[in-house]
Design a protein around this ligand. Structure first.
Ligand code: OGA
Ligand code: MN
Length: 297
């Protein structure tokens, strides 16, 4: 079957018909998907039936996989971790929803804040591949914001202020915002802020904001001013006209471009309902400052 694209809006989000990801995409199919991805930034592949290995291999067709950190000691879901796949469920090793005071719950709460994946790593994520295995009947949507359209609509004065600026991203920043600070000294040491440009140029030539709740500082700017700016940019970029809200069905695989989108999960009844998703992630080719030729102090 040939691939058919069903755009969600003209340039942001598309459903993909005619691709069975049990076989990693290659050749013309892969090229067509890369082309669709460059335009739409979020691709939805419904009705996929994937083992964890097939999920991983489908993602690996698009580039090098991001290694997933081992679960910290004390995790209540260590047994759900697989190499190259991150467990994004609310389930524990006992295959039941977590407890209110679960550490995994505390860590994952920050997924409700607008973010892009792994911008807190020196080489961040290019693409994420989230696969829905069990989906609650109510809520738990994932929202996506188009940061290219948000850049295009930004006033020229703000564009001039932020173009060329370097922001510092840390996982600690977003976790602190949700009140979670239960990190060991070793974990904190491994989460030092990393530099990323605030505005990217994509291979397509389009410009994009590069934003996340992980940003704690901007080089050359007082922290108060930087926080106000980042809050204002995130508020701008997540206006309704830039956002697609994905209502999950079991079997959906959603692929998004972390270089030019943000996402967040909407709350659901997480102490009772099962929501079982897993993610594979493909690395970008380099740090965003390196790609832009911006010097980092
Ligand atoms: C992620 C993420 C949100 C969700 O997997 O990177 O942010 O909807 N997930 O579970
Ligand atoms: Mn995420």
């Amino acid at each position: 079957m040939t691939i058919r694209l069903w755009p969600i809006t003209e340039n942001f989000g598309a459903e993909v018909e005619g691709v069975d990801l049990r076989k990693p995409p290659a050749g013309d199919t892969l090229a067509a998907l890369e082309q669709a991805f460059a335009r739409h930034a979020v691709l939805v592949f419904p009705e996929q039936v994937l083992t964890p290995d097939q999920h991983r291999d489908a993602a690996a067709a698009f580039g090098s996989l991001e290694p997933m950190a081992a679960r910290p000691a004390g995790s209540d879901k260590a047994g759900r971790t697989m190499e190259h796949l991150i467990d994004v469920s609310n389930l524990t090793d006992a295959d039941r929803p977590w407890d209110a005071d679960s550490r995994s719950r505390g860590v994952q709460l920050a997924n409700q804040l607008w973010h892009t994946d792994s911008s807190f790593k020196f080489v961040p994520a290019r693409a994420s591949f989230l696969y829905g295995r069990s989906i609650p009947a109510f809520a738990g949507q994932t929202e996506f914001a188009d940061l290219r359209a948000a850049w295009d609509a930004l006033d020229p004065a703000t564009q001039a202020v932020i173009d060329g600026k370097v922001a510092y991203h840390s996982l600690l920043t977003s976790r602190r915002k949700t009140g979670f600070s239960d990190f060991s000294a070793a974990e904190v040491a491994a989460m030092q802020p990393v530099p990323q440009v605030l505005v990217r140029r994509l291979p397509s030539g389009r410009r994009s904001l590069y934003l996340a709740s992980h940003i704690g500082a901007i080089a050359g700017m007082a922290d108060g001013e930087a926080h106000a700016l980042v809050d204002r940019l995130i508020a701008h970029a997540t206006q309704r006209q830039f956002v697609y809200s994905h209502r999950w069905r079991a079997g959906d695989l959603v692929m998004w471009d972390n270089r030019c989108t943000m996402h967040r999960v909407k709350p659901f009844d997480d102490l009772y309902a099962r929501r079982d998703l897993q993610r594979a992630t493909v690395l970008d080719s380099a740090n965003s400052c390196e790609l832009a030729g911006v010097a980092v102090a």
